[in-house]
Design a protein around this ligand. Structure first.
Ligand code: BGP
Length: 479
């Protein structure tokens, strides 16, 4: 019996700021992603900059120093790249639309027509091959101007600008694009406030309080966008997206299990708000304990309650372990969080613990809680690849994806309705956390090093043909 439904959305994912480049072309304004220089793998993620560093980068015209300004030149090579995705048989491509390409400053009166024209042409290219676009409206960037003058999402007016941005895109593309995600990994606003919400820490009195306030504004904006879509464009499906921070208790000691339960409850609150339309007891309790007071305006509660998402999506790369004595334990990272080491799992060179069974666990856990269709918006292996001639023998990547797809199939057999899987970084791109190029995810190798040297030539890795076979067989042939 076939496990995957016939219309299953197999595909890949990336974000504008990690692939497009063309930072100063087509009338685009600078975005918050453009201020990050090359980071360091050993020091971990580099999602934060001081006010001084931000200003210095904003004034710096030497784009070579800022990898996300060049991406992989998708802005000029999208036709070639989309043709390669088609060759793999993609049914869907999840990508983000750069806000500062449409509204260069964020608060502009009129949209930038050149930006709209770029996405129109890109979307036509996808449609030509029958590839379903899945669009993220906000993926780790916003117009830099909004960060510099409004302190990002801490200012409620930014929600108005965002709704205008979304409304402009709905009006332009509602016939071509059915699936929309409002915010990528919305939990990033709390974990990495500058990247998630454009917040300059020096301009807040209490960064944590400011981050939760910004998050509230994002929830409100998301609900307004959902309301707009449902009222004006009834065919659209709008989803939320979080980092799935799957946690296991270190032991069956009741204290460890309780710790895990409480952390899991807090990690879930981001999706809870967007599915159930209200803040959970766990987050309200945390705020009380930390003396965090969120300013909610009259009407916010009803807005959140009445405008909830149509589907739930998430990224899943790794799992973590937690215990009551967490502070004393050795730490490993998993995307945006750190946790304890799991002796049963292997790690990537970046320290992310590989756990395919965790994907089945996560899918079951989320469906049991939300009872909505699920979409695996990101999953992938970021590691070092070796180019040998014109080949990359990435059997390790094939094995990573194979095991995750197997577990997704088992989750479907468990009765969990998963309707899509978009492999992260289907073509090598700039790393979100470190801006490196050498942390590669792709089925397609891009000839560019961390410093931006290289021909940008696209080369099919071994995983390319393998993934094509998987899609062709609708997930049956994983050999
Ligand atoms: C997620 C982000 C992506 C991304 C991915 C891998 O958090 O949504 O933008 O890049 O993780 O992270 P990295 O690029 O740091 O390896």
């Amino acid at each position: 019996m076939a496990v995957f439904p016939d219309n299953f959305l197999w595909g890949g994912a990336f974000a504008a700021n990690q692939v497009e480049g063309g930072a100063r072309e087509g009338g685009r304004g600078l975005s918050t992603a453009d201020i990050f220089p090359l980071g360091d793998r050993k020091k971990g993620g580099c999602f934060d900059r001081s006010w001084e560093q931000i200003l210095e980068a904003a004034a710096d015209l030497d784009d070579r120093k800022y990898p996300k300004r060049r991406g992989i030149d998708f802005y000029h090579r999208y036709k070639e790249d989309i043709a390669l995705f088609h060759e793999m048989g993609f049914k869907a491509l999840r990508f983000s639309i750069s806000w500062s390409r449409i509204f260069p400053n964020g608060d502009d009166k009129e949209p930038n027509q050149e930006g709209i024209a770029f996405y129109r042409s890109m979307i036509e290219e996808l449609k030509k091959y029958g590839i379903e676009p899945v669009v993220t409206l906000s993926h780790f960037e916003m117009p830099l101007h909004l960060s510099l003058t409004y302190n990002g999402w801490t200012d409620r007016r930014v929600a108005d600008f965002f709704v205008k941005f979304a409304g402009t895109l709905f009006e332009e593309f509602h016939e071509e694009i059915r699936y929309w995600i409002t915010f990528n990994e919305i939990d990033a606003t709390v974990h990495i406030p500058l990247t998630g919400a454009g917040i300059v820490r020096e301009h807040t009195e209490n960064l944590e309080q400011a981050s939760y306030q910004a998050l509230h504004h994002q929830f409100v904006a998301s609900a307004r966008v959902i309301k707009l879509a449902h009222e004006k464009y009834p065919g659209l499906k709008i989803g939320c997206m979080t980092t799935k921070n799957l946690k296991y208790p270190a032991t069956c000691r009741p204290e460890d299990c309780l710790q895990c339960l409480q952390e899991t409850e807090l990690d879930a609150f981001y999706t809870d708000v967007q599915v159930f339309g209200e803040y959970s007891y766990a987050i309200r309790n945390l705020w009380k304990k930390k003396h965090i007071q969120i300013q909610e305006e009259p009407g916010d509660a009803a807005l959140l309650r009445e405008n909830t998402v149509d589907f739930v999506s998430f990224s899943y790369y790794a799992s973590l372990v937690t215990s009551a004595e967490g502070a004393k334990k050795e730490k490993v990272s998993a995307n945006l969080l750190v946790g304890e080491k799991n002796p049963y799992l292997e790690q990537t060179p970046w320290g992310w613990q590989i756990d395919p069974v965790g994907l089945r666990y996560a899918l079951n856990q989320m469906y049991s809680r939300y009872k909505l269709p699920l979409f695996v918006a990101e999953n992938g292996l970021g590691t070092l690849d070796k180019l040998e001639g014109d080949a990359v023998h990435d059997d390790y990547r094939i094995s990573y994806v194979r095991e995750h797809i197997r577990q997704m199939a088992l989750a479907l057999e468990d009765g969990v309705p998963v309707f899509g899987y978009t492999y992260w970084g289907c073509i090598d791109c700039i790393s979100a956390s470190t801006s490196e190029m050498s942390k590669r995810y792709g089925f397609i190798y891009v000839d560019q090093d961390d410093q931006g040297n290289g021909t940008l030539k696209r080369i099919r890795k071994d995983s390319f043909a393998w993934y094509r076979k998987v899609i062709e067989s609708n997930g049956e042939d994983l050999t």
